[in-house]
Design a protein around this ligand. Structure first.
Ligand SMILES: Cc1cc2nc3c(=O)[nH]c(=O)nc-3n(C[C@H](O)[C@H](O)[C@H](O)COP(=O)(O)OP(=O)(O)OC[C@H]3O[C@@H](n4cnc5c(N)ncnc54)[C@H](O)[C@@H]3O)c2cc1C
Length: 404
């Protein structure tokens, strides 16, 4: 086993850390740098994205031929964590959801023509994208087999009718990936389509007000009432929609974790800074054992999350699916993020509850982590399924090939 990272990845990490500290963190103290939904204002984002691109820190997750750096998931884990020292970090480097997961999916499954038309403009930073799968009750949520949105084939075109909700970024997106039902086959009933926001036959019903800060374009409810999609805009083939969704969501869950770890570490940083200077009853907070136990325990749980993420990243990089590993990482890191924000607010007292630090932003944001891309309970159900199938093999070690 080897827990070292390559000098190349360390070089990217160090350059990202320096960029975040110099260019992005100062914006968090400037109220004008925020848009109406708690994200970075677009007029501030544009120039920063240009600088990140000029610095060679753009779309690092993608292959070099797509315009990225081919970092692999292990390299991404290192770099995404560093980007997320700032709440504004990932979007500056074009590593924020939903574009991040959409680009990786299109790179993996798009035909050359689909990549040129749908992926290249996102990589160029010219358009934003969205992934539309979840539906309101009684449609598809945790269980995709409940999908009600239908795409009926009429010649070379599919006509879509139905409703989606919580579609992140929809108000700002031009390129959409849509999962819809094309048959009642239990395994091959869903299909993934690409469509452009300018096409007629669909609308945004509302931008759903939420607890936390919002990605650009919000979280929207969409109505499809006759959207026509040509067959050439199917991803991976008719009936492969569930496969596309799995390929989209597995790595995206893990990149969520990478970013959440960066935010959790930031919470520790803010808590330690305050505990180091704040006195009560004649003693520095940092010198009190109760505070030390809070921070020491939290640091350990963050490190457990990093190990789970790295284990899953390693598995994905060597061609595995890492379903177990991603589920474990997702549950643990989502909860650690919530805990980190909570502990840091506690240590900061009233200051933590204010908007003088980003802790309250992270706390409101963190609650979604235990729901998005599979609620905790669903991932635990998946883990129990593996336990039933594998028994004690659940914890087996992978054995390396003997030396030649
Ligand atoms: C901020 C945010 C952004 C999102 N962005 C997108 C997006 O861009 N695109 C998209 O398609 N979707 C998006 N979603 C939707 C998200 O993926 C779903 O919320 C998630 O899959 C859960 O589905 P649901 O909300 O319908 O929960 P439901 O399926 O209604 O489940 C409700 C609750 O029931 C419990 N539960 C469900 N199944 C089980 C089980 N088997 N065992 C035990 N308990 C269970 C869980 O506690 C769960 O939270 C987003 C959601 C949020 C909050």
């Amino acid at each position: 086993m080897n827990f070292e990272i390559s000098p190349r990845i360390e070089d990217y990490r160090a350059r990202i850390a320096e960029f975040v500290a110099r260019e992005i963190l100062p914006l968090e103290d400037d109220p004008d740098a925020f848009d109406a939904h708690g994200n970075i204002a677009l007029d501030r984002l544009g120039p920063l994205r240009e600088k990140a691109r000029a610095a060679g820190l753009w779309c690092l997750q993608l292959k070099e031929e797509t315009g990225g750096a081919g970092l692999g998931k292990v390299g991404m884990a290192v770099c995404y964590e560093e980007m997320s020292r700032s709440i504004f970090g990932p979007v500056v480097f074009n590593a924020a959801p939903p574009d991040d997961g959409n680009m990786m999916l299109l790179e993996a499954v798009g035909t050359p023509e689909q990549k040129a038309r749908w992926l290249a403009p996102i990589v160029a930073g010219e358009v934003r994208s969205a992934f539309a799968m979840t539906e309101p009750h009684p449609g598809s949520g945790s269980d995709p087999s409940m999908m009600l949105t239908r795409a009926e084939r009429c010649g070379d075109t599919y006509v879509v009718r139905g409703r989606k909700w919580f579609i992140t970024g929809a108000e700002a997106a031009s390129h959409f990936i849509l999962i819809a039902r094309t048959s009642d086959d239990p395994r091959h009933g869903l299909t993934a389509f690409l469509f452009h926001g300018d096409q007629p036959g669909w609308r945004i019903e509302r931008r759903i007000p939420i607890l936390g800060p919002e990605e650009h374009g919000g979280h929207c409810e969409l109505v499809f009432d006759g959207l026509e999609i040509p067959a050439e805009n199917i991803l991976l083939g008719e009936g492969r929609g569930l496969k596309v969704a799995q390929m989209r969501l597995g790595p995206a869950r893990l990149t969520h974790c990478m970013r959440w770890l960066g935010l959790a570490k930031r919470c520790v940083e803010i808590a330690r800074d305050y505990a180091g200077e704040r006195y009560s009853f004649g003693q520095r907070l940092a010198d009190r054992e109760s505070i030390q136990l809070m921070l020491g325990g939290l640091a350990m749980r963050i490190e457990i999350g990093r190990l789970l993420v790295m284990r899953a990243a390693w598995e994905l990089d060597r061609g595995g699916f890492a379903r177990k590993e991603v589920s474990m990482a997702k549950i643990h890191v989502a909860n650690v993020l919530h805990e980190a924000a909570d502990i840091a607010i506690q240590i900061n007292g009233a200051r933590g509850y204010s908007r003088d630090t980003v802790l309250e932003w992270i706390y409101r944001y963190a609650r979604q982590a235990r729901l998005v891309d599979g609620a905790d309970e669903v991932h635990k159900m998946v883990l129990n399924r593996f336990l039933n199938e594998e028994g004690s093999g659940f914890w087996r070690w992978e054995v390396a090939a003997p030396p030649m």
